[in-house]
Design a protein around this ligand. Structure first.
Ligand code: AHR
Length: 524
C-alpha cells in the first residue's frame, strides 16, 4: 500500500494508496507552510526556426493580408499575452548551432536566402532575425533566452552578436543596430551556451563541451548598462538529455572549482515524452485509453529524471546556486500524416493537456532547483500552444493549461498531502490524482487538481488550515474523450469552464470530472 504525500518537507515523497471512501479523495493543505517560490520562468516557451514555428506561426511579413504589426501576427500576440509568457528560447534547438546571426539583420531585401539544414533543408529568407525576435518579445511582453551557436560558430561571432544586441556605447556594431532602427540596447535575460552539444550541437564529450563552455562564458559579454549589477544575464550550460548523470557530474564538478574566468547560472536538461522510445511513434490523433495510459506513465518519469540530476547537483552545489533548466520538454508524437516530417507537426489533445499539468506539477515540487523550463514548442511544432493555417488560428488544450496556471507564476509552493488512489489501464498503473497548491504574491491560495482517470469523477474534500476560507471558485479543463482536440472548424471542444465548489466548515468540497485539469482559487 503506497500513500501519496506531496510536498512534505517541501520535496515530494510519492506513495500511493487506494482512495478509501469510494470516490472521494481527502486533501490536506496547510496554507501557513511555505516552500520554494515557483519561478515564473518555469512557464517559459521555445520558438525554434523549424517548420512553421516562426514563419507563418509568428512571422507573416508586413505586407501580409493577415493582420500584423511589423510583420508579426496580431492574433498570435493577443493569445500569447494572456499567458504572460515569461521567456522565449530562440533560435533553437538544433537550429541554433547552424545559425549565423548576421544573415538575419539589416534591410529585409538585402538579407541572404539560406538553407535550414537542421530542419528539412528548406529555404529561409532570414526575414525573422534578431530585431524581429526582440520586437516579438516586446509585443507579447516576454524576456529573451538566446541560444548561441557553439558548434559551427565561433566565440568571436557570438561575442559580436551580444555586442550588437546589448552595447550602449557607439561601437560599430551598436551603430549598426541603431541604423536598423533600435537605438536602445536590448536586454538579454538568459543566454544558452550551445544546445545538445552531446548530439546535434557538435557530438562532443562532456570534457570537450566544458572547454567550449569556459571560453564562451568568458568572452561572450552582455554590455547593457542596466544589466551590469542588477538583472544580470544568466548563462545556461548544456546539460543532459538522458537519465544517466555522467554529463552533469563533469560540468558540476568543474563548476565547483571554477575561478573568475568563467561561470554559469543554470544547467539545462532535455527530456521529451516518447512512450515507445525513439523515434517517436505515438499518434497525436485518434488514439485510445491504452495509448493515453502509456503516455502518462512515461511522462511521470520526469520526476525521477530530475531527482537523479539533482542528487549530483546537490553534491557540488548544496546551496542550489545553479538552476536546473528544463529547456525542452513535452510530448513528441509522430508527425501528422500528410505533413513534412521534418516540420514536427502534431495535433494537441486533452491527453497532452493532462501531460502538461503533470509536468508543471513535478516542476513545482522541484521548485528549489528547477527554476526555469521551456515547453517544446510554442506554435505549430510538437506540443504547441497554438496552431495556425494561413489566416486561421486555434488554441490547443495545452494553451489552456498554461492559462489556468498563470496564478502559479512566482507563487510560493504550499505542501498538499493526499491519497492519490490508483487508476489501472491494461498493465499500466497510475496515480488517479495529482495536486499542487501555492500562494500568489497577494497571499491568495490556488490549488490544482488533475484527475488522470478517464472514466471516473472524483469527489474532493480539501481540509484547509492556516487560512480562513470564505469562498472559492474553480475552472476545469476536460472534454468528451482523452483524444479530443480543437480544430480550426471546431475550436471550442477543449476549453476551460467553471466548476462548482463549496466551502463547508473549513473544507473545500468539489467533484472533479474524469480526465480533467482543475484550478481552484480560495478567497479569505
Ligand atoms: O525541439 C526539437 C528538437 O529537439 C530541438 O531542436 C533539439 O534541441 C531537440 O533534439
Amino acid at each position: 500500500m503506497r500513500r501519496l504525500l506531496l510536498g512534505l518537507g517541501f520535496t515530494a515523497a510519492i506513495l500511493i494508496v487506494p482512495i478509501k471512501a469510494a470516490d472521494t479523495a481527502h486533501l490536506s493543505i496547510d496554507a501557513s507552510k511555505a516552500g520554494a517560490k515557483i519561478d515564473r520562468n518555469v512557464f517559459g516557451q521555445f520558438a525554434e526556426n523549424l517548420g512553421h514555428g516562426l514563419n507563418e506561426g509568428i512571422w507573416v511579413g508586413p505586407d501580409s493580408p493577415i493582420p500584423n504589426t511589423r510583420g508579426i501576427r496580431n492574433d498570435v500576440v493577443t493569445a500569447l499575452r494572456a499567458l504572460q509568457v515569461p521567456n522565449v528560447r530562440w533560435p533553437g534547438g538544433c537550429f541554433a548551432d547552424e545559425y549565423h546571426w548576421r544573415k538575419g539583420v539589416g534591410p529585409a531585401g538585402q538579407r541572404p536566402a539560406t538553407l535550414n539544414s537542421a530542419w528539412g533543408g528548406v529555404v529561409d529568407t532570414n526575414s525573422f532575425g534578431t530585431d524581429e525576435f526582440m520586437d516579438f518579445l516586446q509585443q507579447i511582453g516576454s524576456q529573451a533566452y538566446v541560444s548561441l551557436n557553439v558548434a559551427s560558430g565561433t566565440p568571436q561571432e557570438a561575442a559580436e552578436w551580444l555586442e550588437y544586441m546589448t552595447a550602449a556605447q557607439p561601437t560599430a556594431l551598436a551603430k549598426e543596430r541603431v541604423a536598423n532602427g533600435h537605438p536602445a540596447p536590448y536586454k538579454i535575460d538568459f543566454l544558452g551556451i550551445g544546445n545538445e552539444s552531446w548530439g546535434c550541437g557538435g557530438d562532443m564529450t562532456a570534457d570537450q563541451y566544458l572547454s567550449q563552455l569556459k571560453v564562451y562564458s568568458h568572452f561572450v559579454r552582455n554590455d547593457n548598462p542596466s544589466q551590469r549589477d542588477a538583472n544580470q544575464m544568466l548563462k545556461i550550460a548544456v546539460g543532459p538529455g538522458v537519465a544517466e548523470t555522467e554529463w552533469t557530474e563533469t560540468i558540476m564538478k568543474a563548476w565547483q572549482h571554477h575561478d573568475w574566468t568563467w561561470n554559469m547560472d543554470g544547467l539545462s536538461l532535455h527530456w521529451y515524452t516518447t512512450p515507445n522510445g525513439w523515434p517517436p511513434s505515438t499518434p497525436s490523433i485518434g488514439f485510445g485509453v491504452d495509448e493515453y495510459g502509456k503516455t502518462l506513465k512515461s511522462t511521470l518519469f520526469m520526476d525521477e529524471f530530475l531527482r537523479k540530476q539533482e542528487t549530483v547537483m546537490d553534491k557540488y552545489d548544496p546551496e542550489k546556486k545553479i538552476a536546473l533548466v528544463v529547456d525542452e520538454w513535452g510530448a513528441w508524437h509522430v508527425a501528422l500524416p500528410g505533413t513534412n516530417k521534418d516540420f514536427l507537426i502534431q495535433q494537441n489533445s486533452l491527453r497532452d493537456a493532462i501531460l502538461a499539468s503533470l509536468n508543471l506539477n513535478i516542476f513545482a515540487r522541484h521548485a528549489d532547483r528547477v527554476r526555469m523550463a521551456n515547453i517544446a514548442q510554442m506554435i505549430n511544432v510538437l506540443q504547441s500552444m497554438i496552431l495556425t493555417d494561413k489566416e486561421k488560428m486555434v488554441l490547443t488544450p495545452t494553451y489552456y493549461v498554461f492559462e489556468l496556471y498563470v496564478p502559479f507564476q512566482d507563487a510560493t509552493f504550499v505542501p498538499v498531502a493526499f491519497d492519490a488512489g490508483t487508476y489501472k489501464q491494461g498493465d499500466v498503473t497510475l496515480p488517479r490524482l495529482d495536486a499542487v497548491a501555492a500562494r500568489d504574491r497577494s497571499g491568495k491560495l490556488w490549488i490544482e487538481i488533475t484527475n488522470l482517470d478517464p472514466e471516473k469523477p472524483v469527489g474532493i474534500e480539501a481540509a484547509l488550515t492556516g487560512i480562513m476560507a470564505k469562498s472559492a471558485k474553480a475552472q476545469t479543463l476536460t472534454a468528451p474523450a482523452v483524444s479530443s482536440i480543437n480544430t480550426f472548424d471546431a475550436p471550442h471542444v477543449v476549453e476551460p469552464k467553471p466548476l462548482p465548489v463549496q466551502v463547508q466548515g473549513g473544507k473545500l468540497v468539489l467533484q472533479v470530472e474524469p480526465k480533467s485539469v482543475t484550478v481552484v482559487s480560495v478567497e479569505q
